[in-house]
Design a protein around this ligand. Sequence first.
Ligand code: SME
Length: 161
Amino acid sequence: MNSKALPETFMRGGAEALLASLKEARGYDWIGIYVKKGDYLELALELGGTASHRKIRVGEGICGMAAKARQTVVVQDVEQEPNYLACFPDTRSELVVPILGPGQEVLGEIDVDDDQMGRFGLEEREELEQAASLLSQDWEKIKPNLFSNSYGAASPAEGPK
Ligand code: SME
């Protein structure tokens, strides 16, 4: 994907289109956005299946590690990562990139799972970091819609209060 493709997709179709285009272009198994609420990350949008871990405490799992460190975490072999929380039996590698606000605070994360070991190289990482930066720039507009779109992950009981 060229570097302009993501901003254009995002401008036209918002967060869902952005994720769908990344998933399709790379053939990832699953991609989602978690939103940080207090000490937890809540799954707000997902494509490619229904993940079992929908609310993750900061510091726990790969998602929680990335939020705590405020840095991208790439796990090339999830079986070697003791903190890994399994969502899908086939997943072998995972990348989590935090969506950071203007003060470097964590707003949420993009999480990607794939069934191929070592799936995430520098190119994939930079592309997903670019996507996180696009989401961050428009976060206040995106956030209210995340839980209520057609891919809506959270059930009403788990949705925003
Ligand atoms: N594997 C993640 C949990 C989320 S699912 O992969 C979608 C983790 O260890 O935090």
